[in-house]
Design a binder for this molecule. Structure first.
Ligand code: SAM
Length: 209
C-alpha cells in the first residue's frame, strides 16, 4: 500500500489563509522577500511545496522547478495553481525516498518542511544525494526560537484554533540544530539566521561540501 499524507491534505483548499492567520502576513511576505533574493537557482527541486505559495517565488530564478509534495491533494492543487508557469512541473515525491537521479539538481529548497517531519536529517541526506557538486540547499522553517513569550502564546493559540493539534512529528527546530544537521550531512553552511518580526523562521543556505 502506498503511504498517504493525511494531516496537511485536510487544509489544501485554504492552507495559505490559515498560515497567514497563524504567523502573520508580514512574516510570510518577509520569507517571500528573502527567497526572492536567492538568484540563479538552476535546475531546482522543491520538497513539501504544499499549495505552491513559495513555488511561485522560486520559479522566476529557476531554469526548471520541480515542485513536489507527499500529499496527492497538495500536488493536485499546486498543479492547477502553477499551470501557467512554463518552467514548473508539479509531482508527488516523498522527501525520505527521492527517485530522482543522483547529482541532478543545482538547488533543493524546503520551506516549512523540516520542522514538521520526523528525522529531518534523513530528508537532508536525501537532498544531498540528488544535488550536484557545489549544489545549494535552501531551508526555511517556522520556529519559536527568538520569540517573546507573548508572541509564542499568540502563535500557539492561533495554530490550535486554525489547524488543531499539531502533527505528532512536529518539533522545534533551532538555527543551531539545523546547522548541525547540515554539517553532519556533508554541507557547508553559508548563511544561518532567524528572520521575522513577531513570528520567526530559520533561514539557512548551504552548499554541498
Ligand atoms: C507545513 S506544510 C508547508 C507547505 C509549504 N511549503 C508552505 O510553506 O506553504 C508541509 C508540507 O509538507 C508536506 N509533507 C509532509 N511530509 C512530507 C514528506 N515526507 N515528503 C514530502 N512532503 C511532505 C505536507 O503534505 C505539506 O504540504
Amino acid at each position: 500500500m502506498t503511504e498517504k499524507e493525511t494531516y496537511w491534505s485536510k487544509f489544501v483548499a485554504d492552507f495559505e489563509e490559515r498560515a497567514h492567520y497563524v504567523v502573520g502576513n508580514d512574516n510570510i511576505e518577509l520569507i517571500k522577500a528573502e527567497l526572492s533574493k536567492q538568484t540563479d537557482l538552476g535546475n531546482t527541486l522543491e520538497l513539501g511545496c504544499g499549495n505552491g505559495t513559495y513555488s511561485k517565488i522560486l520559479a522566476p530564478e529557476a531554469r526548471h522547478l520541480t515542485a513536489t509534495d507527499f500529499s496527492d491533494e497538495m500536488v493536485a492543487f499546486s498543479k492547477q495553481r502553477l499551470e501557467n508557469l512554463e518552467n514548473v512541473t508539479v509531482e508527488k515525491a516523498n522527501c525520505f525516498s527521492l527517485s530522482y537521479p543522483e547529482l541532478s539538481f543545482d538547488t533543493v529548497v524546503m520551506v516549512n518542511l523540516l520542522h514538521i517531519i520526523p528525522e529531518p536529517e534523513k530528508a537532508v541526506a536525501e537532498s544531498r544525494k540528488v544535488l550536484k557538486p557545489n549544489g545549494r540547499l535552501i531551508i526555511v522553517s517556522f520556529t519559536t526560537e527568538g520569540m517573546t513569550l507573548f508572541s509564542k502564546l499568540g502563535v500557539t493559540f492561533r495554530y490550535l484554533k486554525t489547524f488543531g493539534k499539531p502533527p505528532p512529528t512536529a518539533h522545534k527546530l533551532t538555527v543551531k540544530i539545523t546547522k548541525k544537521i547540515l554539517s553532519d550531512c556533508g554541507f557547508r553552511v553559508d548563511e544561518a539566521r532567524l528572520i521575522g518580526n513577531t513570528s520567526k523562521a530559520i533561514f539557512v543556505t548551504a552548499v554541498v561540501s
